[in-house]
Design a binder for this molecule. Structure first.
Ligand SMILES: [Zn+2]
Ligand SMILES: [Zn+2]
Length: 396
């Protein structure tokens, strides 16, 4: 048996690993530090039990209200789906926002959970955002309890438990282990010195000529994804998505994200004044968290992507490892910027008490959601290995 071959998806370095399948071991790239392989120290029965638990909890989250609110004897409740339904009633761009919230908090998590049981949808995980939704719900809760009597209901507790179980599920499952159980990578390993290519989906390292498919691009022998040495059209698509996000960044921050009407008095909140109000309510840790997720992270993503594209253009070799680490950071924290989107969705659904207290979504939150989605797409489509190619001078 030959050693397992592992290619780094951030810098393209090829590694020969002799102990890739020792339970509990974690291998990292010697050049840029990216984790390459982690073989979970438990068998597959644990993730299977967790997936079943998660499915039951997901049902509870959707059947029972997350919050019960009451004001002056009138009461309301907030089901997971009532936010998107409420947003859809505003029509126009809010219908798009409703679909986004429903997709990230309901459709993708549901599909992801079902597919995990048949283990193919691991690539969807960044778009399954119940953990981010939970934090948005917590921010909404602090604002709700400031305005009306609020009690966390059965769905809310199930949501908390579901997020925990989902995190455990990802840790115990081990994406690479699942792929390697579907097909052993050593059957496809290239000979030393032979040209190779890494599958973008399942990260199998294949000998380049052995990858021949029928017509068009050769396909991965393990998962049938077309084999590309680098993400196709990565630079132009990243530039286009980043530019679009940059343009929407201004309305996202200048326009109101929601208006709150209380006893005829109307207050508008932008992203920033929402953070400010949390601070004035004395919720400092929460204010800092939302400030980081909604203000710092989008700015950091736009600046970083701009820097990466410029450095590639200049064929720069400076800060190469630091840039790669920064890429991993913005790629992993980007999804947390959706906290405010989920918060507005929950508030608009829960606070509909007419003259007493009503919350309406505004154009700013639509632009903001667009910035978050565009920068997430830009980061996903950007291929960090191109920075290493450019520094070596073999960028095509
Ligand atoms: Zn690397
Ligand atoms: Zn593959």
């Amino acid at each position: 048996m030959s050693d397992a071959l592992l290619a780094c998806r951030d810098c393209g370095q090829l590694h020969r690993a002799t102990n890739a399948v020792v339970p509990g071991h974690r291998l990292a790239c010697s050049r840029c530090g990216r984790g390459l392989s982690r073989f979970p120290p438990v068998g597959l029965d644990t993730p299977l039990a967790l997936a079943t638990t998660a499915l039951i909890l997901f049902l509870l989250v959707n059947l029972y209200p997350i919050f019960l609110v009451s004001l002056e004897g009138r009461s309301g409740q907030d089901l997971l789906i009532s936010g998107p339904l409420r947003l859809a009633e505003y029509g126009g761009p809010f219908a798009g926002l409703a679909m986004l919230v429903a997709g990230l908090s309901f459709v993708v998590p549901a599909v992801w959970l079902c597919l995990v049981v048949i283990v193919t949808a691991l690539l969807l995980y960044p778009w399954s955002m119940l953990d981010v939704y939970l934090l948005g719900a917590y921010v909404a809760y602090t604002r709700l309890s400031d305005a009306v009597d609020t009690n966390v209901a059965a769905g809310g507790y199930a949501l908390g438990a579901l997020v925990l179980v989902q995190a455990l599920l990802m840790i115990t499952l081990g994406v690479r282990r699942v792929w390697d159980m579907i097909a052993d990578p050593r059957h496809f390993a290239p000979q030393p010195g032979e040209p190779w290519v890494m599958c973008g989906a399942c990260q199998l390292v294949v000998a380049a000529p052995a990858a021949g498919g029928t017509g068009g691009l050769p396909a991965c022998p393990r998962c049938a994804t077309p084999l590309e040495p680098r993400q196709p059209a990565s630079l132009s698509a990243t530039l286009a998505l980043t530019t679009a996000a940059l343009i929407l960044y201004l309305p996202a921050n200048l326009l109101a994200m929601m208006t709150v009407e209380r006893f005829g008095r109307v207050n508008s909140y932008t992203i920033l004044s929402g953070v400010n109000e949390l601070a004035q309510l004395g919720m400092w840790p929460l204010a800092l968290l939302v400030f980081f997720a909604s203000v710092v992270v989008p700015m950091l993503k736009l600046a970083s992507l701009g820097w990466f594209l410029y450095a590639i253009r200049r064929r720069s070799a400076r800060w190469l490892r630091e840039r790669t680490v920064l890429y991993r950071l913005i790629d992993s924290v980007g999804r947390w910027s959706n906290i405010d989107v989920f918060m507005v969705s929950i508030l608009a659904a829960s606070l509909q008490f007419g003259f007493l207290t009503t919350v309406d979504p505004e154009a700013g939150i639509v632009s903001f959601a667009a910035v978050v989605v565009l920068t997430m797409l830009a980061t996903a489509i950007f291929d960090p290995r191109l920075m290493w190619d450019a520094a070596r001078g073999d960028l095509r």
